[in-house]
Every structure is written in C-alpha cells, then in structure tokens.
Ligand binder design. Structure first.
Ligand code: IVH
Length: 672
C-alpha cells in the first residue's frame, strides 16, 4: 500500500471505529457485530504498525492498552477539584434549601443526580481530542492517568458536534457490578484472592502501571460536570445534555439517573425513588447529589473553603438487617481454597430474601468473634452475596460456641493447610479431592479455555462419579457407548459431545496452556508464556530466570509454573493430551523478514511509536531474538525513555550498541 492510500485508510478506520465504539459503549445501540468491529480494529492495528507516522495519538487501538506508566506525574488542576458537603437526613436537605432561598430571591431550579461510588476524574479536551485525565488527588493536584483512562471505552478519545475548543469534563470512574463479578470469577479460577469491593478495585485498577490491565477490567465512567472559561451555556443541566452530543456517557434522564425540579418535593421524590430502587442499578451508588442548575445562581451562592454552597450530597444509610447465624458451611474450590459460608435464618434485604452470607476466611470469623446462634448484622455491598458486618453480642445465647474453622477438608477429609501470611485455608489433596478434580476438568472445558460444547457441569460430575474420567486427558478416550449409558444422555447429545472434544484439538496453544489450570496462569499470562516459549517442551524446561524475564511474569507465577512441571502426573497428562492431538506449540506465522536473523536484543524503557510488546514482536517477526538481560552475547540494546542507568552502564561497559526506537525502525526498513 502506498503512503497516501495508507494515510487515508488509517483515517477512515479511526473515524469508523470511534463512531462504532460510541454506538456500542455510550449509546448502547451497536450498528455492527463484535466480529466486524474486531476485524476493523485488527486492520487498523496492522496499518499503524506498518505506517506509524500516520497513526493518531488518540487512535482507537489505544483502547487495547499495553502502554506502561512507571510513575504517574503530578498535575496541578486548572480548576480545583472540590468535594461535596454530605448530609444524612432529609432535614439537612430542607435546611440547605432554606439557606439557598434566603440568599436568592427568585424561583430556583435544581438538578438531582446519583452519587456514583467510584473515583473522581477530570478529563481535559483540546480541539476535540482527549488531552489529559487527572485523578482528584488532594483537590489541588492529582495524578496523570491519561494512558489508563484512554482504555475506558465510554470515554471518547475524539469528540463530535460543536464542542468547546478547550474545556475539562469531570465525572466518576466506577466498576459496573457485572464486570466486577466477572473479574472476581476469573481471579477465583486461577487461585488469586478476590477483591472486596467495586469502589476500591476501581481506584486500584486506575493506578495500574500496565494499561492492558485497565483495558481488561471493563471500568465505566459517567460524566457530571463541564468546566472551562467562556463556556457557552447557562446551566449545569444544559451543559451535561450538550456533552452527550459530543459523545460522552451521561446519566440519562429517561432512566431517571438525572432530573430537573423546582421544588423540595421534587428533590424528596428523587431521594425516595433511589433509596428504594438502588439495588436494581447495574452499578453502586452511595447517595444522590443535588445541585443548583443555573450557573449565575451558583456563582451568587459561591463556595465555602472545601465545597460549593450550591450543591450537597445526600448519603443513603446502608441497609442492614439482623438475623441468626444457623451454621457455617465450607466450600472447596478448584484450587483447593476453602471458603466459609454463613447459613442464616432467612431475612429480607434490599428486595431479596437472604439465606447465606460470605465470610471470606478464618480471619474474618475471628475478627467478628463469631459464635453459632449469634444474632448478626447483614449488609449488601457490591458483591452478589451479602456479608456479615457485625454481631449483636447482647443477644448471644449463654451456651453459644465460637465458630471453629474446620481442620479437615469437608469433601475428602485431608488435613487443611494455611500457609504463613495467607488468609485462606487449602486442601492439598488436589489429585483426589472431588471438587478439585471436577473443578479442573470444568475449567479445562470452559468457554475461554478449550470451549468443549455439550459438556456441562452435571455431565462432568456424572463422568467423574462413574469413574470414566479422572483428569482432562481421559476426556479424549471417552467412547460413544460410555456416554449413551449415562442417565439422560441421548445419542445426539453424545455425538455432539464427542465432536466438541474432537474440535478442541484445534484450540491454539495459548488457550490450552490456560486450560491446564496452572495456579496463577490466567488468560493473559498464558498468552505471554506461549508467545515467549512457543512450545510446552520449552516451557517445561525453562529456568526460573528465563521465566521471570518474560513480561508480566513475576516470581510467584514462575515458581508455580516450575512446580507444575515438576509433578510427574502433570507431565503424564500432557503426554496423553499430546498423543490425542491437542496443540502444544504455537503455529508459526510467516516471518515479515529475516533482516534481524541471528541478532539478539534487550528491549528496555518506554517507547513512543510502539508498546514494548509490539517492539518485541517486531524483533521476532523479522528473525531476531529477545533476551531478558544484557550479556556479552547481546547484539543490541534497544533503549526507550526511562531506561535505567544500570542497564546503560552495563551495555556501555560491554561495548554493546545502544539503539533508539527510530534506529530500530530504520533497521527493519519498510517493514515498520
Ligand atoms: S459533583 C464541586 N456529582 O462525590 C462538586 N460529584 O465529594 C463536584 N460524585 O469524589 C462533584 N457522583 O467524584 C458530583 N453526580 C455527582 C457525583 C459526584 C459522585 C463524587 C465525586 C467526589 C465526591 C464529592
């Protein structure tokens, strides 16, 4: 493709992808399929790699993440980021409104909004392009998290319509409950501790050094205020509605997320509605926010030292009920982690009947000093399962016995182990303990792993109980006769299942690696390992140092990988899977060139045109080799910004050529 054509194509794809992104994530009315969207994104990624000079800094490919922020820069806010004064009763709202009426002698209009429970963000736009995203910090200065915020799909990178040339928009970044639950499911699956609540997780995620982590988490953002000099609107409501026209996700009046009213009755109606309905929202709120609509009136009312007089937050009381703890049961997960669950006397909470509450681990039981038959306080937070937040000790029956964490596995009776410094108890009998055996098989067949159609959890249970399968390699020996003998298995289903098992032999290596269920090896880590080692044999023989040299692989993961391959049973399973035809190596893509053949590179620092992963990929695609640390055998050190001085000194001492990103692009010529 020639330059002119490439430039036009990049522009076309960028615009189209921005448009479809908005349709999907902001307007919730997609015009094309996910498949077509991904195809266009891939096309753009390819063109940007080939013609980086035409890539837009705000390209939709930035949504995928990959840029690393070592240290978030401190930025002084152009307009201080104030907080709101809080109130906890309707009387305080009435007092607030009376104070306003004393100063303003005219009818007043209010805007009622939800108080999203997330992290405040200020995003500035220059000439319609996202310029900077800064956290609240201490209100005067915050941290520059632009790279991370760019991965949040509902935040527009480029605006449309008649937006002001220079302005800042403020809002709240939050974890939608579904995305939060999905993340915790994934963490549970690989044996990582779950996150406790959406708010703190949103805040932690936003500060991730790797923007790919942010991209994968599914954060969302609602915008609630426009700031700038000489803006062309007269009221807050008008500004927010206009912002929707520029491409922002705003709280929709038709969903009752925001409304205008001119009376205290209207305000109270809004409060009552959301106090009753907040459990139905797909995200968490901790109250509502009331604002005077007119900018002129806002100015007249002014500010106290910390907050505006023209706005106030009304915080909901978290609904809490009291009920009796009847017993504690224990669940064993795929990784052997044991989780205590409280069985409660059924009680109504937030519109549902609650019978169970999560207790997390032994520390939690101890902290609450929980006794059987205790009267406990239960609250519903972000988690689907409610939690016990306290005990009413005055109602404790005299003979009540303290809850003792079990010593043996409830499923296989092996002694439970709790490693020093870890909160969770584990059953180490991974080969025999039924939920662990079944859990590993269920993980193997799951959609994101081998995606074996027609094999649900109940069938796995039957197959394990009948002794037909003991581990994942047995799946490939199942016969038609064995299946039709099972209860409720029709011939058609049996055939479907056998076909599903057969099809799984085409699943690429990276997913097979994920499917094996090595502790701490989630989807992303599996991808990195597959890319770095290319085959199971190389991975199995990798040294600890070789493992930690791979991006995103820390000591904990490296150790877990090595332990997995030390186990002869695991090796046998892999041998049998291999014999069955399952993919255990990366299918090599055609090489772009052999310009770098025989040359080894150490890539270090941050780059402007490519992410570090992309550079490493380019090295390999052009025949070169990536190595983790500098030695006399290294040919080139490819240095980006922020390369550490120690690396620089070592390369200089050994006389290794240090090249820049530009030099590298020239080296691979038109292939960049
Ligand atoms: S307006 C000067 N509106 O609540 C007023 N804030 O202490 C600026 N928040 O961390 C804030 N929902 O991020 C406003 N609809 C809403 C809000 C909201 C949540 C957060 C805000 C800040 C805190 C205020």
């Amino acid at each position: 493709m020639d330059n002119l054509h490439a430039k036009q194509e990049i522009e076309r794809l960028t615009q189209a992808l921005n448009h479809h992104n908005h349709k999907y994530y902001v307007a919730s009315s997609p015009e094309i399929s996910d498949y077509d969207f991904d195809k266009m994104l891939l096309e753009l990624q390819k063109l940007e790699t080939e013609f980086p000079e035409f890539a837009y800094p705000n390209s939709p490919t930035k949504r995928v993440g990959g840029d690393i922020t070592k240290k978030f820069e401190t930025i002084i806010h152009r307009f201080p980021m104030l907080s709101l004064s809080n109130s906890y009763s309707r009387e305080e709202i009435i007092d607030w409104e009376n104070r306003i009426k004393k100063t303003i002698n005219a009818p007043i209009e209010y805007v009622c909004e939800l108080k999203y429970d997330g992290v405040a963000i200020g995003i500035s736009y220059k000439d319609g392009k996202l310029f900077k995203a800064v956290t609240r910090g201490d209100g005067t200065r915050g941290e520059d998290v632009t790279t991370n915020v760019k991965t949040i799909r509902s935040v527009p990178l480029e605006l449309e319509g008649d937006y002001p040339a220079d302005f800042e928009i403020r809002g709240e970044i939050f974890f939608p409950l579904a995305a939060f639950a999905k993340m915790n499911d994934e963490r549970r699956a690989i044996g990582e501790p779950e996150f406790a609540n959406p708010r703190n997780s949103a805040s932690g995620t936003l500060k991730s050094q790797d923007s790919k982590v942010v991209a994968s988490r599914g954060l969302d953002c609602f915008l609630y205020g426009v700031y700038g000099e000489d803006l062309d609107f007269e009221s807050h409501y008008e500004a927010v509605i206009k912002a929707a026209g520029w491409g922002f996700k705003i709280p929709l009046p038709e969903k009752k997320y925001m409304c205008k009213t001119d009376s205290i009755e209207g305000i109270m109606e809004f409060i009552t509605y959301w106090d009753e309905h907040r459990a139905t929202l797909p995200f968490e709120i901790d109250g509502v926010v009331l604002k005077v609509n007119s900018y002129d009136v806002q100015q007249e009312l002014g500010y106290t030292a910390k907050s505006p007089r023209w706005a106030i937050a009304y915080k909901f009381k978290t609904e809490r009920v009291e009920t009796i703890l009847e017993s504690v049961s224990y669940q064993v997960g795929r990784t052997g982690a044991v989780t205590p669950v409280a069985n409660l006397q059924p009680v109504g909470l937030g519109g549902t009947i609650v019978k169970r509450a999560s207790l997390h681990n032994a520390d939690q039981i101890e902290k609450l000093s929980l006794h059987l038959s205790d009267s406990v306080y239960v609250e519903k937070g972000g988690e689907i399962i409610p939690k016990i937040v306290g005990v009413n000790e005055s109602l404790r029956p005299q003979a009540a016995a303290p809850v003792q964490f079990i010593t043996n596995c409830p499923e296989c009776e092996s002694l439970l182990i709790r490693k020093e410094g870890e909160a969770q108890h584990f059953c180490l009998n991974e080969k025999e303990c039924p939920p662990q055996v079944k859990g590993r098989i269920e993980h193997y067949i799951s959609r994101k792993a081998m995606n074996i159609d027609g094999l649900g959890s109940e069938t796995v249970d039957l197959l394990v109980r009948k002794g037909i399968i003991h581990n994942v390699s047995d799946l490939y020996d199942i016969t038609f006769d064995q299946l039709v003998d099972l209860e409720r298995m029709a011939e058609k289903s049996a055939n479907n299942l056998l076909q599903g098992i057969k099809d799984s032999k085409n699943v690429p290596f990276e997913r097979v690696l994920f499917a094996l269920g090595i502790r701490f090896v989630g989807e992303t880590v599996a991808k990195q390992l597959a890319k770095a080692f290319k085959s199971i044999d190389k991975l199995a023989n990798a040294t600890f140092d070789e493992l930690v040299a791979v991006d995103e692989i820390g000591e904990k993961i490296a150790l877990s990988v090595q332990l997995y391959f030390l186990d002869q049973d695991n090796r046998k399973i892999i041998e049998r899977l291999q014999a069955a035809g399952v993919q255990f190596q990366v299918e090599e893509k055609a090489m772009a060139s052999n310009l770098l053949e025989g040359k080894s590179f150490v890539v270090s620092g941050v780059f402007t045109k490519f992410s570090r992963d992309e550079i490493k990929q380019l090295i390999e695609e052009n025949g070169g080799k990536n190595v983790g640390s500098i030695s006399a055998k290294t040919d080139y050190v490819l240095a980006g910004e922020n390369m550490g001085p120690a690396k620089f000194d070592k390369a200089t001492q050994l006389g290794i050529t240090i090249i820049s990103e530009e030099d590298f692009i020239q080296m691979i010529g038109s292939k960049a």
